[in-house]
Design a protein. Structure first.
Length: 300
């Protein structure tokens, strides 16, 4: 085999066996570290059974997502894992007709198994913490088209109402089209120029938080003395910033592993619980080198 430079034909082997050893994943943006970690978890689980992975980015574009799903269907993959855009269920029906199972990650769609995080709780944890720090003008940077973002906003609103406050007076929700640092900076700038600028910002994710921090630094505003900042995901960079970032932690790799396991082994639906990791960006008493894991949002 070495002398003749023989390589096994995976397509022919698949035809002979009748079962594909390739799985497809369609995520919103593979360059986002959240999805990178999610994919790593998927790959680690697939490696256990010798399966390979085809990765596609949808960029939250329904047409691009539809093309990716058609491609994976044509490839005859064993299954598909997806972080869906809006109205994805109508496009997934094509895979169902082909007998290709689907697992939904970080969201839920009726009729499909899923691996989810309690984003309602995540939003509530973040805003409860900010309320405990004394903030009464809180801006949230969100994405209207993303189900997890909608759930976080609902949790934030619930936290304010549970504290006996009027969400309309406390909360300002800013919607962005792209989850990038530039979008975060552009979104927060006009709000800071308003008559009642926020004293705290809860951002869609840690990447968006970077843009918020950049704009605060440009204006000479101190974090957290002038404006507190809370992110989401708890990426590796959150603890390494000059002012370490408070963030709601998602177990990204574990969610990817669970999704692949659900696809391969049919394990029950899994729902993960977020944790609030409090750092100096939102806590006056926090030192740069100490973290506090807070799954119950216990404040000072």
């Amino acid at each position: 085999m070495e002398r003749l430079r023989y390589h096994r034909n995976a397509s022919a082997r698949q035809l002979r066996a009748g079962v594909s050893s390739t799985v497809g994943a369609v995520v919103s943006n593979v360059s986002n570290p959240f999805y990178t970690e999610l994919i790593r978890g998927i790959e680690d689980r697939l490696a256990d059974v010798g399966h390979s992975l085809i990765i596609c980015s949808s960029d939250n574009d329904p047409e691009r997502e539809a093309r990716a799903l058609r491609l994976l269907g044509e490839q005859g993959v064993r299954g598909v894992l997806i972080t869906p855009t809006d109205a994805t269920d109508s496009r997934l029906a094509v895979l169902s007709e082909l007998g290709i199972p689907v697992v939904v990650l970080d969201a839920h769609l009726d009729g499909y198994p899923s691996v989810t995080l309690d984003h309602f709780r995540g939003g509530r944890l973040a805003v409860e913490h900010l309320l405990e720090q004394g903030h009464r003008r809180i801006a949230i940077i969100a994405r209207k088209i993303l189900q997890p973002s909608q759930e976080r906003c609902a949790g934030a609103t619930e936290a304010i109402a549970a504290a006996g406050l009027d969400p309309a007076e406390v909360l300002t929700i800013i919607h962005i089209d792209e989850a990038s640092a530039n979008s975060g900076q552009q979104a927060i700038a006009p709000v800071l120029d308003g008559p009642k600028p926020p004293t705290a910002v809860f951002a869609l994710n840690d990447i968006v938080s970077l843009g918020v921090l950049r704009e605060l630094r440009r204006r000479g505003l101190r974090v957290p003395e002038d404006v507190a900042v809370v992110g989401y995901d708890d990426l590796f960079l959150a603890a390494e910033l000059m002012v370490p970032l408070t963030s709601v932690r998602q177990p990204m790799r574990e969610m990817g592993w669970a999704g692949a396991d659900l696809l391969l082994a049919g394990s029950p639906r899994q729902a993960f619980t977020p944790e609030l990791i409090v750092r100096a960006s939102s806590d006056f008493d926090r030192t740069n080198s100490v973290d506090r894991t807070n799954s119950g949002a216990q404040g000072r």
